[in-house]
Design a protein around this ligand. Structure first.
Ligand SMILES: Nc1ncnc2c1ncn2[C@@H]1O[C@H](COP(=O)(O)OP(=O)(O)OP(=O)(O)O)[C@@H](O)[C@H]1O
Length: 288
């Protein structure tokens, strides 16, 4: 693997140093969830029949969690992420982000959003792509420079700032888009199948490095995926969704601890959780 294909490892640090908070304790302490959805519903009005994309979603996500949304195509994973990001308005129920409405949270720049495709502007260099949200926020040039360098270093792209997106591999472009989402230091990262288009080896590697980055920055991450192993490897909890109207079928704790080398995927504990997720997907799908 090229060195440039790696997110930087947190050398000398281990993920065990991370304070993985205990949700029950935080609830008892009255901590405000980062995301709190109650009875959330979304019906898209279309030219023919209305599309019931989300139905009765109840979900609380707390600071420092890594929560994956998994489910069959069209079950509303992206729609749920877009509701959190204030890119779609629910038609029923309530949702707060950091205790605010999604609209207020968006204006407060509470989250960074990483799309499935890197969505970088091809006519801007990597550093100019990273600068864009900072320019919009009116951050001065010197501070922009500092944050861009820090962001590039965080994702292992130091020295690539002057390149254009098309001069980088798919994995490197996706890392640049992660750095852009982190450039204004949001506590919450929303990621919509960010590695879905990458080959398995690069994807494995970025999974491993994303986990280290999460441990290092203590962000809350909501991550959409179709992959059971990816969900189990990354998450502290897995939300299994069922097809239209998209509902939460089951929420599975993924208590594998913070230290997760790739070969954890061969352990009985990992395989047992993957099995539960698969069973949840099957049951939610109504195959039988
Ligand atoms: N703007 C829209 N107007 C009408 N229907 C929509 C709109 N956006 C999404 N949908 C429909 O809502 C349902 C949920 O879509 P969504 O993209 O959230 O699913 P998903 O689980 O993310 O799917 P995939 O895994 O294929 O990306 C689908 O039936 C989709 O066709």
């Amino acid at each position: 693997m090229l060195p440039s294909e790696s997110l930087p490892s947190s050398q000398g640090e281990t993920t065990t140093s991370r304070k993985v908070g205990d949700r029950a304790e935080r609830d008892a302490a009255g901590g405000v969830p980062v995301i709190a959805a109650r009875g959330l519903d979304l019906v898209f009005a279309t030219a023919d029949a209305p599309v019931h994309a989300l139905k009765d979603i109840d979900l609380s996500i707390h600071r420092g969690e890594f929560v994956s949304l998994i489910g069959p195509s069209g079950c509303g994973k992206t729609t749920l992420l877009r509701v959190i990001a204030d890119l779609e308005r629910p038609t029923g129920g309530t949702i707060t982000v950091n205790g605010m409405s999604p609209d207020a949270a968006r204006r407060a720049r509470a989250y960074g959003y990483v799309f499935q495709a890197a969505a970088l502007y091809p006519w801007r260099t990597i550093e100019k792509n990273l600068a864009l949200p900072l320019e919009i926020m009116g951050i001065d040039k010197a501070e922009q420079r500092r944050r861009i360098e820090e962001g590039l270093e965080l994702v292992g792209l130091s020295g690539f700032g002057k390149k254009f997106p098309w001069q980088l591999s798919g994995g490197m472009q996706q890392r640049a888009s992660i750095a852009r989402a982190l450039s204004f230091d949001p506590d919450l990262l929303l990621m919509d199948e960010p590695f879905g288009a990458l080959d398995e080896i690069v994807r494995d590697h970025l999974n491993e490095e994303l986990l280290k980055l999460w441990a290092k920055t203590d962000k809350t991450i909501v991550f959409v995926t179709h992959s059971i192993p990816e969900a189990v490897f990354l998450s502290t909890r897995i939300v299994v969704m069922s097809p239209r109207p998209g509902r939460i079928h089951e929420i599975i704790d993924c208590d594998l601890g913070p230290d997760r080398p790739l070969d954890i995927r061969d352990t009985p504990e990992f395989l047992a959780i993957a099995h539960r997720v698969r069973e949840g997907l099957r049951a939610g799908h109504g195959y039988d």
